[in-house]
Design a protein around this ligand. Structure first.
Ligand SMILES: Nc1ncnc2c1ncn2[C@@H]1O[C@H](COP(=O)(O)OP(=O)(O)O)[C@@H](O)[C@H]1O
Ligand SMILES: [Mg+2]
Length: 527
């Protein structure tokens, strides 16, 4: 924080933006001052990117004003915004990989001499711009020659060339490693010293505290508040992100009360909450992942799922829970670690492998990955089973009908018939069909990613009762939910995720709603 002039360089006033069915932004205001890093913080889906897109002319706001140095502007495109001095760097660098670094920096504004492009001057200026960020590379090589971190620096130096006053970075660190993040942050600090106003968008706690002067917290499309980073504790920040009541003391006593109130609590619910060995050995291990990770998605973590156990993954939206699930299911490829099933190492490099190994994955993305809306309940229901037996071995229609009728009954699915298109069912009933889709494959491990999001309370209860009963019969479940009370209530053990890594493992009853938020907020220094 250097010289803080009293006038904001950029101001957003009461910005609202709706998409069909979603109020993505609701009356959001924000002031950005020169010479500061202002972090826009919020869980996935909070509305951060939409705000940036309004600010950079990608979307037109429904309401509200954008003021640049006190003057109202209406950016029509990113280029228009850039001409106003507002530059944006996205995670996916938007440059031309086969052109040289220098050409990328100068695209659209090549220096000319006697009507010709002045290559020598261009290379010299490009080198100088990069040098302002302590980066010394050969600018005549193609951009693709350099790692993503350098490519981002090139994108940033382009914004220096157009003498940006405002630099916006939307989740720029998602695929950078730690060293690269450090490099980026030191560049940002340098630019801050030079008086640039920087709007840094992230949902990671550690990064927020590493770089921010000021923090604006967003939740559900609204501005929750604006704080000086030095005034806002990590626990307060997490509470504001999830909208929990102000943290009361999460005492050992409250944790113990929770444990005592639950007959099934293991004896290991210590004051510190860390998992003891009491429950280990009680159940046999089904799946064990060691050092499982994927660059940019999940830092290497260990995970054990036991037979007949419900393992909860708790954490903020975007903390790495779905990423971990996708690696276990082979939906994404891991780049580190091993997975063993029943003690034997297995290569789960596709969902097909995972299904063959007895794993099912009921995904949170009902609309895109799950329900095929114009297929019938029956057809949706037998998809996973059909995939497992191979397309050449069609399941006889009689069998399909039998299974569909059976599960419609067992799960209380409300549908006119098993031939009704799933699209005409309510969300809760669609979700039950998707659950049934995996249950008919008789999985040994079922991954449930937000199985109860956006469905009515009754369907929610029915789904949870059903899977809990299956668990008692020996099925393992990996349960991911943003509803903390639900995770805490149903899970035998809980792994808390934060900033795309595992932040600790806890027995049932060891955590309550307040203490789990404290674990999420704890940060690396506590490990
Ligand atoms: N183009 C779009 N069409 C419909 N809904 C959208 C669109 N873009 C974003 N949304 C919705 O708006 C909300 C905010 O999204 P976004 O701004 O991307 O959040 P964040 O960047 O904080 O993760 C989410 O509910 C998202 O699904
Ligand atoms: Mg975003």
């Amino acid at each position: 924080m250097t010289t803080k002039s009293s006038a904001p360089v950029l101001e957003l006033r009461g910005i609202s933006k709706a998409f069909t069915g979603v109020q993505a932004l609701n009356g959001v205001s924000l002031k950005l001052y020169p010479g500061e890093v202002h972090t826009l913080m919020g869980q996935n889906g909070a509305g951060k990117s939409t705000l940036i897109k309004v600010l950079t002319g990608v979307y037109t706001p429904d309401h509200g004003q954008i003021l640049l140095a006190g003057q109202a502007i209406q950016p029509q495109s990113t280029l228009d915004a850039q001409n106003h001095g507002i530059s944006t760097v996205y995670q996916e660098v938007n440059l031309c990989p086969n052109l040289s670094v220098a050409e990328n920096i100068f695209i659209g504004r090549y220096p000319r001499k006697f009507g010709r492009i002045d290559w020598a001057s261009m290379a010299k200026q490009a080198s100088e711009l990069l040098e302002r960020m302590q980066i010394r590379i050969d600018v005549t090589l193609p951009l693709a020659h350099y790692p993503l971190a350098i490519q981002q620096m090139v994108a940033i130096s382009r914004s220096l060339l157009v003498s940006a006053k405002v630099l916006i970075l939307d989740e720029p660190t998602s695929s950078l490693d730690e060293k690269e993040v450090d490099l980026l942050f030191s560049v940002l600090r340098g630019l801050r010293e030079q008086g640039m106003a920087i709007l840094f968008v992230t949902h990671f706690l550690d990064q927020t505290y590493a770089i921010s002067d000021r923090i604006t917290v967003m939740r559900n499309g609204e501005r929750e508040g604006e704080y000086l980073a030095s005034d806002l504790s990590r626990v307060e920040l997490v509470n504001k992100m999830v909208g929990a009541p102000a943290a009361t003391e999460a005492t050992a006593a409250s944790a113990q009360t929770a444990a005592a109130g639950d007959g099934t609590a293991t004896g290991s619910a210590t004051a510190a909450g860390a998992l003891g060995s009491a429950s280990a050995g009680r159940l046999q291990s089904f799946l064990r992942a060691v050092g499982l990770g994927r660059r940019g998605a999940l830092q290497p973590m260990d995970l054990e799922i036991r037979e007949g156990e419900m393992l909860g993954l708790a954490g903020l939206l975007g903390s790495g829970r779905t990423e971990a699930a996708r690696l276990l299911f082979g939906a994404d490829k891991s780049d580190s670690g091993t997975i063993s099933i029943d003690g034997k190492e297995r290569n789960l490099s596709s969902p097909r492998d995972a299904i063959a190994a007895g794993i099912g994955f009921c995904s949170e993305d009902r609309k895109h990955e799950g329900a095929i809306l114009d297929l019938s309940v029956r057809e949706n229901l037998i998809l996973a089973l059909q995939a497992r037996s191979g397309i050449l071995r069609a399941i006889p229609l009689k069998r399909q009908q039998q299974l569909a009728e059976e599960y419609v009954k067992a799960l209380g699915i409300k549908t006119a018939s098993i031939e009704t298109p799933i699209g005409s069912l309510s969300g809760g009933n669609q979700q039950k069909v998707l659950l049934a889709r995996w249950l008919v494959t008789d999985p040994k491990l079922l991954i449930l990613d937000e199985p109860t999001r956006g469905i009515d309370v009754r369907a929610k209860q029915e789904i949870m009762d059903y899977v809990t009963a299956l668990c008692k019969k020996g099925m393992s479940i990996l349960f991911i939910s943003s509803e903390l009370p639900e995770v805490l209530r149903v899970s035998d053990r809980i792994v808390v995720m934060r900033d795309r890594k595992a932040g600790g493992e806890y027995a049932r009853g060891a955590l309550d709603e307040t203490s789990v938020l404290q674990v999420i907020a704890a940060g690396d220094q506590h490990e």
